[in-house]
Design a protein around this ligand. Structure first.
Ligand code: ADP
Length: 356
């Protein structure tokens, strides 16, 4: 529970009823009480996590408009608002709002809950289940055919060996698919900004590269990271490492042997831009819009060869959007691709070598 008073405001000595504050502190959603002038005099932790206040003022024009209606009509209003999760990117909070006039001193109670987000997740999940069943059918069908082939060839050790090897690779494909499905559903369900930790970007990149070493060595691809000034971001460390890892792994998988994958990072206007560049096959212009869709692959046969599931980039996009950032791609066929992750950094960091 958090009680905040503005010392320059005459509200400072107002005593909020204890019963009201203790009731609000029991609620799951975000709640705040506003004095005239829309100054928050009480807010719970969930309000801080949402980031709906900037310098102790409400930023959302939609919410301010709803509050104005409540003050004018002195009656309760319900509505839905959206506001950006960060200064860039498409990630949005979608909230149901209840604004209630309190009988005392022109105070207004604002209650915010994430019901619309829950509804959206439900719809996404429904589509997703339909896609998954289709994707799972392929390796399961292959395993069933191969097991029949093994039985039919039981007197021919060479054939048994060949079919068993293919069974192994189909089983691996099935495991990878299930693992990525679980990862995606975890990412969709969680809100990394709610359980946010703070950590250095250089460490995230190094950890993600380390996880790709075996694949890179097997394909004789050198992965270079030009370390620059470090900065800190806020969110879920494991999810961000997974996002960078997926991009580096793709850069390796879609490049010819002996080429180089380069990772750089730079900070500008409180945003860190992490760029992963390869000298690979590139992505045709007609496909570039679709590569972040679940299960979309430019060349399903090639993706299958490298053990791709078509889920990697949609996981990356979810993770980055949920962190209030954005992902963009530049690509040219037979030249290479650059994937850029842009994330808001914690302020008071070093920017272009200077303290801001
Ligand atoms: P996959 O598991 O198939 O790699 P992703 O979601 O990671 O799935 O990527 C979707 C598709 O985008 C891939 O199948 C591939 O066609 C294309 N792609 C992704 N990264 C690259 C890259 N660095 N270079 C060329 N094509 C890429």
């Amino acid at each position: 529970m958090r009680l905040r008073r503005n010392s320059e405001n005459e509200e400072q000595d107002r005593a909020l009823p204890h019963l009201l504050i203790s009731a609000l502190s029991q609620l799951d959603g975000a709640s705040m009480i506003l004095a005239p002038g829309d100054i928050p005099i009480y807010q719970n932790e969930a309000i801080d996590q949402l980031g709906i206040l900037k310098d102790n003022r409400i930023e959302s024009q939609e919410l301010l408009a709803l509050i104005r209606v409540v003050r004018r009509t002195e009656s309760k209003q319900e509505g839905a608002i959206e506001f950006a999760r960060g200064p860039i990117g498409e990630g949005k909070h979608e909230l149901t709002v209840n604004v209630i006039p309190l009988s005392q001193d022109n105070l207004v109670l604002v209650l915010l809950s994430d019901e619309s987000e829950a509804q959206r997740v439900h719809e996404v999940r429904r589509d997703f289940v339909a896609n998954i069943s289709h994707e799972l059918k392929t390796p399961i069908g292959a395993l069933s055919l191969l097991s029949e082939a093994v039985l039919g060839a039981k007197d021919d050790p060479e054939s048994v060996k060949k079919f068993a090897t293919r069974m192994q690779s189909e089983a691996k494909r099935l495991t990878d698919l299930v693992q990525e499905i679980i990862q995606l559903s975890r990412v969709q369900d969680s809100d990394p900004l709610k359980i946010a930790q703070e950590f250095g970007v250089n460490d995230l990149i190094k950890e993600a590269i380390d996880q790709c070493r075996t694949t890179a060595d097997a394909r004789k691809i050198s992965v270079n990271f030009a370390e620059s000034i470090d900065c800190e971001v806020k969110g879920d460390r494991e999810q961000l490492i997974m996002a960078i890892h997926n991009l580096v792994e793709n850069a390796i998988n879609y490049s010819p042997e002996g080429t180089t994958v380069s990772i750089t990072s730079k900070v500008e206007n409180s945003i860190v831009n992490i760029m992963i560049t390869d000298q690979g096959i590139g992505i045709p212009e007609s496909d570039i819009e679709r590569i972040f869709e679940r299960f979309y692959r430019v060349d399903p046969a090639r993706s299958r060869q490298t053990g791709g599931t078509g889920l990697g980039l949609s996981i990356v996009k979810h993770v980055i959007n949920k962190h209030g950032g954005e992902i963009t791609v530049w690509s040219s066929e037979n030249v290479g691709s650059t994937f850029s992750i842009r994330l808001p950094i914690l302020t008071n960091e070093l920017e272009n070598g200077e303290v801001t």
